[in-house]
Design a protein around this ligand. Structure first.
Ligand SMILES: Cc1ncc(COP(=O)(O)O)c(C=O)c1O
Length: 449
């Protein structure tokens, strides 16, 4: 007797699953991924696909890494989870010690949560209560940047730029002061990077001067604004933001959910300034893409503002899975790999290859700008003025190019008209060269538009 095959994964998925950021009526079927190894993902129907965006920017050492698998299994046999109020455990303490030893000097306290959005929510709530505890409750307005993306929870959306990610939820959001980002390709103050002196910083200064004693903090994605279009900053802008925060006496919050753990070529993007923020948000590559974990780390001064004999001044925030031991154990194993495998050096080589390999694309008529930092290469296509949604996340060119890349075995997810490549750091030179070739050919075909 021959057994009939059961329904395919995609058909079963279609019956009950609701996917993120997905128009369930028109989206193409999801990729049925059944395994992963190194930079490759494998589908149910036997295709091998290069993970060109590190599974949403989280996977840095490749899929199913033997040392990370091992760390996870060992921790599972020891302690899978315990609540984190009133309890502690070795993996959380070891990880906090390790993070403090590599973070910009001065960041001494680690508050765990679940993901990037919660790491930002925690930062926003910490900054708010910090000022209340300091006797300045009127300091509650955040200065954030245009094109910012800080996550999808309500607080994280409020501090993000206005976009398709936030617009449907406007009635829920609190108001913030928004200032220019250093988006050099579309300079907000009409200057050229080669001759400017980051005059765009003036907008943050104006916001801080206007807000006066009501400003709480400036919140930025240092050096690389990710979901807003892979916007790479001049380091002077970052240093300038720190100076302004000091001048106006407000906190600096660095959202390094994307940039942390080597993505920009330094362990943390703040090192490019170099600056030490008062609060830093970490997630994504913290666990090398294995498990959700967030960490919001602060200076001792921020932490000390919560110390009191009055229990109500404590920070009332937590999650069921705060400091999950499995996630902490994998994070520790991931950080050990940075040293064992010379990971930052590898990212620098990747950066050099991306710079050299993507530079020729600047000459194509369809290409407006090419931006590279660390392990990220982005190509902003010229927006077609006659197309609906042109030049934004909903630009129809994005899904069309994604399908073309996928047909060639390369998984990319353009942000509208911004194509970007952000592979796991373990990618080989030959694999990077191959991916650059695919991007060049597909974008070339796009050129006579
Ligand atoms: C800079 C930044 N902050 C926060 C987030 C939100 O992280 P999560 O998707 O884990 O909630 C993201 C996600 O892309 C991000 O890029």
């Amino acid at each position: 007797m021959t057994l009939l095959p059961g329904p395919r994964l995609v058909d079963r998925d279609r019956a009950h699953v609701w996917h993120p950021y997905t128009q369930m009526r028109t989206a193409p079927p999801p990729l049925p991924i059944v395994s992963g190894k190194g930079v490759y993902l494998y589908t149910e129907d036997g295709r091998r696909i290069l993970d060109g965006i590190s599974s949403w920017w989280v996977n840095i050492h490749g899929h199913s890494h033997p040392k990370l698998n091992d760390a996870l299994m060992r921790q599972a046999q020891q302690l899978e989870h315990v609540m984190f109020a009133g309890c502690t455990h070795p993996a959380a303490v070891d990880l906090a010690e390790r993070l403090v030893s590599i973070l910009p000097r001065g960041l001494e306290r680690v508050f765990y949560s679940d993901n990037g959005s919660t790491a930002v929510e925690v930062a926003v709530k910490l900054a708010t209560q910090y000022w209340t505890n300091m006797g300045a409750p009127e300091r509650r307005v955040f200065v954030t940047l245009h094109h910012a993306y800080h996550g999808d929870t309500v607080g994280a959306m409020s501090v993000s730029g206005d976009s398709v990610f936030t617009r449907a939820f406007t009635p829920l959001l609190f108001s913030v002061a928004r200032a220019h980002a250093p988006y050099c390709y579309r300079c907000p103050v009409g200057l050229e990077r080669a001759s400017c002196h980051v005059e765009c910083l003036g907008d943050i200064e104006r916001a801080l001067a206007t807000l006066g004693d009501t400003a709480a903090a400036v919140l930025v994605e240092p050096m690389l604004q990710g979901a807003g279009g892979m916007i790479v900053w001049p380091a002077e802008f970052l240093a300038g933001v720190r100076r302004l925060c000091d001048r106006y006496g407000v906190l600096l919050i660095a959202d390094e959910v994307l940039t942390g753990f080597g993505r920009t070529g330094r362990m943390f993007a703040c090192e490019h300034g170099p600056v030490t923020p008062d609060i830093i948000c970490l997630s994504k590559a913290l666990t090398a893409g294995y498990l959700p974990l967030g960490a919001t780390c602060t200076t001792e001064a921020v932490h000390d503002a919560f110390l009191s004999d009055d229990r109500s001044r404590a920070f009332f925030h937590g999650h069921s899975f705060t400091a999950n031991p499995l996630a902490c154990a994998v994070a520790l194993a991931s950080l050990a790999l940075f040293e064992e495998d010379g990971v930052l050096e590898r990212v620098r080589r990747l950066e050099a290859q991306l710079m050299a390999g993507l530079a020729p694309l600047r000459g194509l008529p369809a290409v407006g700008d090419v931006r590279v930092i660390g392990g990220v290469g982005a190509i902003e296509l010229v927006a077609r003025e006659d197309a609906p949604g042109a030049g934004g996340y909903l630009d129809e060119v994005g899904p069309r190019l994604a399908a073309a890349f996928l047909g060639r075995g390369l998984l990319l997810r353009p942000l509208g008209n911004v194509v970007y490549f952000m592979p796991p750091y373990v990618i080989s030179e030959a694999e990077t060269a191959w991916a650059i070739e695919q991007m060049a050919e597909v974008i070339c075909a796009e050129s006579p538009r």
